[in-house]
Design a protein around this ligand. Structure first.
Ligand code: SF4
Length: 367
């Protein structure tokens, strides 16, 4: 059965203040060494020969790598996991690390979808977030991607930013929609432990919008995307019909996926046993393990059918199509319907637009 393949490239030009991803501001020999190790990990995969239904390069910043480094990794994935017809092959990209030449090389190599980390179209927001790009570079990057041939483009956009007003958000959203992406992913800024923003917030240095304002920002995005035919198919994701992110849908459906690279997570079922693993996170430790031929996962967990079902409920509820009624504990459904948080049509259970603000609470009642 074809699988979703994820490749984690852990490098970024610098670390953003809010970021708790497995990313490192590193340069020099470790970058090339990590690329070689990722290629080696892929080529040694016990799942060699299983075809790919989606391939997704995330990070970090995949486009911090040169196009030839990206292509070497993609070639290895396609050799080990032959892509099925119509395989979606995405790379995340930072607008400050791309140009026409890089996008053209990536497109020629087989990438067919770009996910651009725009985040904001206002330079003052980008500076506060420690992003390396300027607002003007986003539009240039979109133009370069189109010129290279990409017809499937996502923009990542953040809201609830420090000092962000409703008016600023409206302008931001308008600018993003004016670029006519096929897909929009919306991220509410969350303050994670072990980030620079966490410390700033403790010191009272982040002026974050009130919950009510955040909710208005979200609702505005839902309404305005619908007006222009970008349909909400998941709590934070909007697309033109047929341009839903098929890779992320695999996660939301609770399907198996393979992860390669430092800190990559995979979930595979072999001989009826499902296991989730996480690779060593630090590039140096990861490279040493690959080079020595020792174990790369530093954590793994066998997932019982009960855990997998719980995850299917929690993740599947995020989708507009909801979950099959049969997988949820039905006792609390009448109460959730009465609160206006879910609707049930006899076969499927779905969050209402009100219920999307309470997804976690609903999931907890259903597991
Ligand atoms: S570009 Fe993305 S992965 Fe890299 S530091 Fe910033 S938020 Fe983290």
């Amino acid at each position: 059965m074809p699988l979703a393949i994820y490749v984690h490239t852990p490098f970024c030009p610098s670390k953003c203040g809010y970021c708790d991803f497995n990313s490192y501001a590193m340069t020099g020999e470790i970058v090339e060494r990590t690329v070689a190790a990722i290629v080696r990990e892929i080529k040694q995969s016990p799942l060699r020969g299983t075809s790919a239904k989606t391939i997704f390069f995330g990070g970090g910043t995949p486009t911090y790598l040169s196009s030839s480094q990206l292509i070497r990794i993609l070639d290895a994935v396609m050799e080990v996991h032959p892509p099925i017809d119509g395989c979606e092959i995405t790379s995340e990209a930072n607008p400050g690390t791309v140009d026409s030449e890089k996008f053209s090389a990536m497109f020629a190599a087989g990438f067919n979808r770009i996910s651009l980390g725009a985040q904001s179209f206002l330079d003052e927001d980008l500076i506060r977030l420690d992003r390396i790009h300027k607002a003007s570079e986003i539009e240039r990057a979109v133009g370069a991607a189109r010129e290279a041939g990409f017809t499937s483009l996502n923009l990542d956009l953040m809201f609830a930013l420090p000092s962000q007003s409703r008016v600023a958000w409206t302008k931001n959203l308008s600018k993003a929609l004016s670029l006519q992406p096929e897909h929009l992913s919306l991220y509410c800024l969350t303050i994670e432990p072990n980030t620079a923003f966490y410390k700033k917030n403790l010191r009272g240095e982040l002026d974050l919008p009130e919950d009510e304002i955040q909710r208005e920002m979200y609702d505005e995005c839902v309404a305005r995307t619908a007006e222009i035919g970008l349909f909400q198919y998941e709590i934070s994701n909007f697309s033109r019909p047929g341009y839903e992110c098929r890779h992320n849908l695999c996660y939301w459906y609770g399907e198996d996926y393979v992860g390669y690279g430092p800190g990559a997570v995979g979930c595979v079922t072999i001989g009826g046993v499902s296991t989730r693993y996480t690779n060593l996170k630090h590039p140096d430790g990861y490279c040493r393990a690959v080079e020595a031929g020792t174990a790369i996962p530093f954590e793994s967990e066998v997932l019982s059918p009960g855990i997998r079902n719980t995850e299917r409920i929690m993740l599947g509820l995020r989708l507009n199509e909801g979950i099959p009624l049969g997988i949820a504990d039905g006792q609390k459904i009448p109460m959730l319907v009465e609160r206006g948080w879910v609707s049930a049509d006899g076969e499927r259970l779905k969050l209402t637009s009100e219920g999307r603000h309470f997804c976690s609470e609903v999931a907890l009642e259903l597991i």
